[in-house]
Design a protein around this ligand. Structure first.
Ligand code: HEC
Ligand code: HEC
Ligand code: HEC
Ligand code: HEC
Length: 183
């Protein structure tokens, strides 16, 4: 009987932690929210690093003539910046009810495009605890392979301008470590 109860508890935990549905209601709060705690130089200024990266321009680039030309050639009826076929990789696209009021699609490939919708993990007490953040929906990257796989959800041949993706080189361009972080 004891074993049976133990089994049940273990199973319940597995279901709780593995069910993706748990994070399904989390909202995208937008880069402004994340920036409030991630722009100090002493902790790595992740916001500043991102802002200087091409990812911050990824929406804007869709408003260019070059982008509209690509969209037209692909037979899209709308301008690039209004076409889901382009927006999916150039910003966060999600159901409107999952977008918080501070969220701005114009921020392009923003924090939550990689780290996951932040409404449930952005509180200070959660953020300071890795396991709690992950349980609240923050994406966990176990190693460089996992990071590379995330990059390649967009950096692949479905991108009309794709040439190649050299992970180590590209990661070095956008990396935003916490200086004192244990590795
Ligand atoms: C209330 C302040 C606060 C807000 C808002 C916040 N963070 Fe954090 N975050 C922290 C703190 C504190 C840490 C611990 C590391 C450190 O000292 O920078 C952290 C850590 C992290 C980590 C590393 C976590 C780990 O355990 O590997 C990531 C990734 C992260 N934040 C992303 C985000 C994103 C994305 C947002 C917006 C959705 C966000 N944060 C909003 C305070 C915050
Ligand atoms: C599968 C993801 C993906 C899709 C879909 C996508 N893009 Fe991109 N786009 C990227 C990535 C990644 C880059 C940067 C690297 C590259 O060129 O592959 C990029 C870069 C660009 C650039 C800048 C190129 C340069 O040389 O600076 C333009 C313009 C662009 N995309 C337009 C579009 C348009 C228009 C569409 C829709 C028809 C579109 N993209 C669809 C991922 C995508
Ligand atoms: C293109 C994907 C991507 C974007 C955009 C992005 N990050 Fe990250 N970030 C990562 C990856 C991958 C890591 C390394 C794995 C990890 O620590 O989780 C990381 C690490 C971090 C860390 C932990 C660093 C450490 O040394 O422990 C923080 C904090 C963080 N990001 C915050 C942010 C914030 C804030 C933004 C937006 C201003 C942002 N990130 C945008 C992919 C991204
Ligand atoms: C949500 C889609 C998406 C994801 C995920 C993503 N990127 Fe990008 N990335 C883009 C788009 C779109 C551009 C082009 C933006 C522009 O040209 O304005 C880009 C541009 C870049 C650039 C600038 C290109 C250059 O030649 O300087 C680098 C570097 C980069 N990405 C690295 C990464 C890395 C490393 C990862 C994984 C940690 C990653 N990206 C994940 C969509 C994405």
């Amino acid at each position: 009987m004891k074993n049976f109860i133990l089994m049940f508890v273990v199973l319940a935990c597995v279901v709780l932690f593995v069910t993706p549905g748990m994070a399904a209601d989390n909202k995208y709060v937008g880069t402004k929210q994340c920036s409030m705690c991630h722009k100090a130089d002493k902790s790595g200024n992740q916001f500043g690093v991102w802002q200087k990266s091409k990812h911050a321009e990824a929406y804007k680039v869709l408003t260019s003539d070059a982008a509209n030309e690509i969209a037209k050639k692909k037979g899209l009826k709308k301008p690039a910046a209004e076409s889901p076929e382009c927006l999916d990789c150039h910003t966060v696209t999600a159901d409107a009810k999952l977008l918080d009021k501070g969220f701005d699609a114009k921020d392009g490939v923003q924090c939550e495009a990689c780290h996951g919708a932040g409404s449930a993990y952005k509180a200070m007490a959660t953020m300071k605890d890795h396991a709690k953040s992950v349980a609240a929906g923050m994406t966990e990257f176990k190693d460089d392979k996992a990071i590379e796989a995330k990059c390649k959800t967009c950096h692949n041949e479905k991108s009309p301008t794709f040439k190649e993706f050299k992970f180590a080189e590209m990661w070095a361009k956008i990396k935003h470590d916490v200086p004192t972080a244990k590795k």
